[in-house]
Design a protein around this ligand. Structure first.
Ligand code: SF4
Length: 336
């Protein structure tokens, strides 16, 4: 591959680049500018070194101007709260540096492995558990080759999770190349793409992307990160629909966040909306205790109460499992 196939913050978008990559390149990368655009005092922003603001226009368009408490803004505006040191909140809360095999393969779970396919994201979520653990951008061909070699040597692994960053930060040729390498591993059956792109930049879900995902013998599954009903506008709904119409199952993953979605009404609205869009709510995640995100934490007691209320209000399939990750455990721990 001559090109890296991925946009980083220093890449200008070529004039013939697809719309989504121009939206990545043109995203707001400064908290003060974000405040300016929303009519808020600049003092509300405090950019974190190494993990600055990153907000693309389609996501910005869904934030209410002049409302410092907007639940979408809260997820993306860097603030002073991130500098507060809180006991138990660490740079690598899931112990991933210990689980990493080779430069981009994480062997955390039984029967499936995770490839950190890209260090780039469409948006910087302030609570991201990898905010201090950004992978090389993009992983080298050598590290991909090493990951494939390890996968081929372990026939018990049937599913690969592509994570990041966001794997849809790869352009389609590079994604196709990666999928083709994975398809060469006879024991692999499925590839799950963990992504926030369809929410942050729904224009990423193009016909070409769908063709790329369907152009492999592996069964593709999209696991889409979505936290609040206001994140789903008409474009996002259409993007999710394009996966489903193409026969690609879509799972919803939500992080429980204080001041964003820690309310049964909000979560019920979100999960019903997802079901209406043929997206199955899969996990409600307890926040991973990453340094800088303590102000987002909701206690497990409250989380369990919320999920009980959701189970009483929604059809069984619409209430996701409430889970948390515990370093060293072979799967997510189900809390409720
Ligand atoms: S899109 Fe995912 S990987 Fe990127 S910052 Fe948000 S949570 Fe983290």
């Amino acid at each position: 591959m001559a090109s890296t196939g991925i946009l980083t913050r220093s890449d200008p978008a070529p004039p013939d680049a697809p719309a989504w990559s121009r939206l990545v390149a043109g995203a707001i990368r400064d908290g003060a500018e974000l405040c300016d655009r929303l009519g808020l005092p600049r003092e509300r922003a405090d950019d974190a070194p190494g993990f600055p603001a990153l907000v693309p226009e389609p996501f910005l368009a869904r934030i209410r101007p002049g409302d410092p408490g907007d639940p979408l803004l809260r997820q993306v505006l860097p603030t002073r709260e991130e500098q507060v040191k809180s006991p138990g909140f660490t740079p690598d809360p899931l112990g991933e540096s210990a689980a990493i095999k080779g430069a981009c393969l994480l062997a955390k779970y039984a029967n499936r492995s995770l490839i950190v396919a890209s260090g780039a994201c469409a948006v910087h979520c302030r609570f991201c558990f990898r905010r201090h653990f950004r992978p090389a951008d993009p992983p080298s061909e050598e590290s991909i080759a090493s990951a494939i070699g390890r996968l081929a040597a372990d026939p018990s692994v049937h599913e690969v999770v592509l994570s990041g960053g966001d794997p849809l930060g790869l352009d389609d040729p590079r994604l196709a190349w990666l999928l083709a390498r994975l398809a060469d591993v006879a024991s692999l059956r499925r590839v799950r793409v963990h992504t926030r792109f369809p929410v942050a930049i729904p224009q990423r879900v193009t016909a070409s992307l769908i063709e790329t995902l369907r152009g492999t013998r592996l069964v593709p599954i999209a696991a889409v990160h979505v936290n609040h009903p206001a994140e789903i506008d008409r474009d996002v709904a259409a993007a999710l629909g394009r996966f489903v119409d193409a026969g690609i199952p879509v799972l919803g993953q939500t992080v429980l966040l204080r001041g964003v979605n820690d309310c049964a009404d909000t979560l019920a609205t979100l999960f019903e909306r997802l079901v209406d869009l043929r997206v199955m709510p899969y996990y409600l995640h307890q926040l991973d205790r990453v340094a800088g995100a303590a102000h987002f934490e909701v206690s497990e007691t409250v989380g369990i109460r919320l999920i009980a209320e959701l189970r009483a209000r929604l059809p069984g399939y619409a209430a996701p499992r409430y889970v948390r990750e515990v370093p060293g455990e072979p799967g997510k721990r189900v809390l409720a």
